[in-house]
Design a binder for this molecule. Structure first.
Ligand SMILES: [Zn+2]
Length: 254
C-alpha cells in the first residue's frame, strides 16, 4: 500500500515537472503505526542533561523546530542560495559543501537530493497526490488520510526551513532513487550518518522506536538537519532528537 502510494506520488511529481527532486517528500510522510521495528534505545531524560552547551538558546536560528506539532503558518524569510543544484539557507552553504567534500575525501561521491521547499510547493504536491487518490475512487476523507501517510503536510516539513537536506551516497541513490531507509547498508551512507555532526548536521529521523515517537517521522537514513557543530556533537553524544534537545534547553530556561 505504502509502496504503491509512493509510486503514484512519484508519478504525480514527475508530471508536475519536479525533475531532479524525484525523491521529494514521499518519505517525509508522517510515521504510520505499522512500523515493525522493535529496536529501541534508552532515552535520556532531559533532567539528566546538566552540561548543555554554553551560549545556546532554544530560540537560535539553527535550532528552529518544525514538525507536525509545530507547523509553520507562513513562509520563512531567509537568504537562499543554490548549492550542488539545490536551494538552502545561505548560512549553511559552506557546511553543505564541507560535508560533501569530506565524503569525497573519504572516497564517497554524494548527491544532494533535496533542500529548501516552500510551503506553497508542498501544498501543490499534497493537493496533486490527494486529487490522484480521489480520481482513483477514494472519498475526500480517505484521500486526505492516504496522502498524509506519504506526503508531509504543508507547513510541517522541515524542508521549509532551508536547514534540512536529503543527501545520499551516489551508489546508494542509484540503487534506491526514491530514497529508502536501507540506503544505510551502503558504506557511503554510513559515512554520512557517522560524520554528519563534524559538519554541523544530525540525522534528523533516527531508527529507534522511541525516537520515531519523538519526531513523528519514520526512520530516514538520508534526511539531515543543520544545527551547528556544537549542537550536533552534543545531540549525538547524548542521543537526542531535535525535539528532545529543544525541550531540554527550554526546561533549562534557555
Ligand atoms: Zn528530507
Amino acid at each position: 500500500m505504502k509502496h504503491k502510494k509512493s509510486i503514484v506520488a512519484l508519478a504525480v511529481l514527475i508530471a508536475l515537472g519536479a525533475g531532479s527532486v524525484a525523491a521529494y517528500s514521499l518519505h517525509d510522510g508522517q510515521h504510520q503505526q505499522e512500523s515493525s521495528k522493535v529496536s529501541d534505545d534508552q532515552s535520556n531524560s532531559s533532567s539528566s542533561l546538566k552540561d548543555l552547551p554554553k551560549g545556546v538558546k532554544s530560540t537560535d536560528w539553527d535550532l528552529v523546530l518544525v514538525n507536525k506539532w509545530h507547523p509553520l503558518s507562513s513562509e520563512m524569510n531567509f537568504d537562499k542560495v543554490t548549492v550542488s543544484g539545490k536551494v538552502v539557507d545561505a548560512r549553511i552553504k559552506q557546511a553543505v559543501l564541507d560535508f560533501q567534500n569530506g565524503a569525497r575525501a573519504a572516497g564517497y561521491q554524494t548527491v544532494l537530493v533535496s533542500g529548501y521547499r516552500s510551503i506553497q510547493y508542498q501544498q501543490e504536491v499534497f493537493d496533486n497526490v490527494k486529487k490522484n487518490d480521489m480520481d482513483e475512487g477514494m472519498t475526500d476523507a480517505q484521500a486526505e488520510k492516504a496522502t498524509k501517510a506519504v506526503v508531509q503536510e504543508p507547513g510541517s516539513s522541515e524542508h521549509h526551513t532551508g536547514l534540512a537536506i536529503d543527501i545520499a551516497g551516489s551508489d546508494a541513490f542509484e540503487k534506491y532513487p526514491s530514497l529508502e531507509a536501507k540506503m544505510d547498508t551502503f558504506d557511503s551512507q554510513k559515512w554520512l550518518i557517522n560524520h554528519a555532526a563534524d559538519y554541523g548536521f544530525v540525522l534528523r529521523y533516527p531508527e529507534a522506536k522511541s525516537k520515531i515517537k519523538e519526531t513523528g517521522i519514520d526512520y530516514e537514513s538520508w534526511h539531515f538537519r543543520y544545527v551547528g557543530v556544537k549542537n550536533a556533537k552534543y545531540m549525538v553524544k547524548h542521543n537526542l532528537t531535535l525535539e528532545a534537545y529543544v525541550k531540554a534547553l527550554k526546561e533549562a530556561g534557555r
